[in-house]
Design a protein around this ligand. Structure first.
Ligand code: PLP
Length: 420
């Protein structure tokens, strides 16, 4: 193919076709904005799907990457790594505010695989192989990643089709259904795993009652309560821990035994991690788990720079303030194509009214889901968002998003919707 080929043509020819990609070829980013190869500018409320917590190419990341790459980029986990230890200390002392230990890997799916291994190994060590205490319970509309462990844990048929035989030992219950959860848990249950605020499944928060029920079952059956905060963690809800934001003021005060993170945890540098409480101490000893690239000096130093900047710049308070501004503006909208706004912090979902949208012949002829159709329309207007399920459009702006960017998003999005 000649060098005149477009990016889309090159990708089509050489890159595995496992993603349904939009036609936009992104070439540059700065703060809250992206530019494509034609020079068109986009306000980015997709942020790599909740990844670029500080926006695009923030100076702190540039500096951390430059400084650390001049000092030491990679070093095996056979050795002691200062940057990794400092990042783990931040997670324990600042994010969790609870003692425990941290493991580093490279993605959300890997972090969740680690949680599954942790739960099984802890139960194995404590109760022996014969007990068969290895089941992991997850919930409908969940998403835990694309590894074999991740798709087994994910309670959405579409991610599993064609990949049999799946990893056994997973049971799915309806999200927020306390009675079914009670019926599902047995002596064989090693863990309950869920996202406190579901992302891919449509921006669905857990109810405090469901968390309380899971905690009650933990006491009764000695299982681990594990939270996947890959998308909703790292400050996105306005707190380091998504479940704490959700439980605040509910009267339910529950802490998990293990938590996974990725996405915004590295602000755009690939890194995943999980924290495990003292209860899990020793379950994953030498030789049980690992990753060549997990927590390299470069990854750890960059992630720590991102998290410290979020902490020191007041970005978490900004999350709450901007959420309030968005909700206030939304309350004034009178747009029949939108049913409601749900979510927490800057992980917000606009729920579309598919029936109302069906009056639009261009939408019907497009054959697209309501969310994909609206995301495309917003993109044409220079505003990037992400579908969540068939009916929800997600806003995931950078956590330090400015007033002006939020105002622009509100104006552009409401105009797009009113033109439908
Ligand atoms: C809640 C949740 N868990 C796990 C994952 C998988 O993360 P990764 O794509 O980094 O493997 C995702 C990705 O969307 C996610 O939203």
């Amino acid at each position: 193919m000649s060098s005149e080929a477009t990016t889309a043509e090159l990708m089509n020819q050489f890159v595995l076709g496992n993603y349904g990609r939009f036609p936009v070829a992104v070439s540059r980013g700065e703060g809250g904005y992206l530019w494509d190869e034609s020079g068109k500018k986009y306000l980015d409320f997709a942020t790599g799907i909740a990844v670029c917590a500080l926006g695009h190419c923030p100076e702190v990341m540039q500096k951390a990457l430059a400084d650390q790459s001049a000092k030491l980029i990679h070093c095996s986990n056979l050795y002691q790594i200062r940057e990794q230890a400092e990042l783990a200390r931040f997670v324990v002392e600042k994010m969790m505010e609870r003692s425990g230990k941290v493991f580093f890997c490279n993605s959300g799916a890997e972090a969740n695989d680690g949680l599954i291994k942790l739960a099984r190994k802890r139960a194995f060590d404590k109760y022996g192989k014969e007990a068969g205490k290895n089941e992991v319970i997850t919930v409908t509309q969940s998403f835990h990643g694309r590894t074999l462990g991740g798709i087994a844990a994910t309670a959405q048929e579409k991610v599993k089709i064609g990949f049999d035989p799946l990893l056994p030992g997973f049971l799915h219950v309806p999200f927020n259904d306390c009675d079914t959860l009670r019926e599902a848990v047995t002596e064989k249950t090693a863990a309950i795993l869920f996202e406190p605020l579901q992302g891919e499944g449509g921006i669905n928060p857990v109810t405090p009652e469901f968390v309380a029920t899971a905690a009650e079952l933990r006491e009764k059956f000695d299982l681990l309560l594990m939270f996947d905060e890959v998308q909703c963690g790292s400050g996105r809800t306005g707190d380091w821990c998504g479940w704490r934001t959700i439980l605040q003021g509910s009267g339910v005060d529950v802490e998990p035994d293990a938590v996974s993170w990725a996405k915004g945890f590295g602000g755009g540098f690939p890194i995943g991690s999980f924290w495990a409480s003292d209860e899990c101490e020793g379950a994953l000893g030498p030789g049980t788990h690992g990753s060549t690239f997990g927590g390299t000096p470069l990854a750890a130093a960059t992630s720590l720079a991102v998290l410290e900047e979020l902490d020191e710049s007041g970005a978490l308070e900004n999350v709450k303030r901007q959420e309030a501004r968005i909700r206030e503006a939304f309350a004034q909208w009178d747009l029949p194509v939108i049913d409601s706004l749900r979510g927490v912090g800057l992980m917000l979902g606009f729920v579309l009214n598919g029936d109302e949208l069906s009056n639009n012949t261009t939408f019907v002829e497009s054959g697209l889901t309501p969310s994909l159709y609206v995301v495309n329309k917003a993109m044409e207007a220079g505003f990037l968002t992400v579908p969540a399920g068939e009916d929800v459009v997600r806003w995931l702006p950078r956590l330090n998003v400015s007033d002006a960017e939020v105002d622009e998003a509100l104006a552009t999005f409401s105009e797009v919707l009113s033109n439908l």
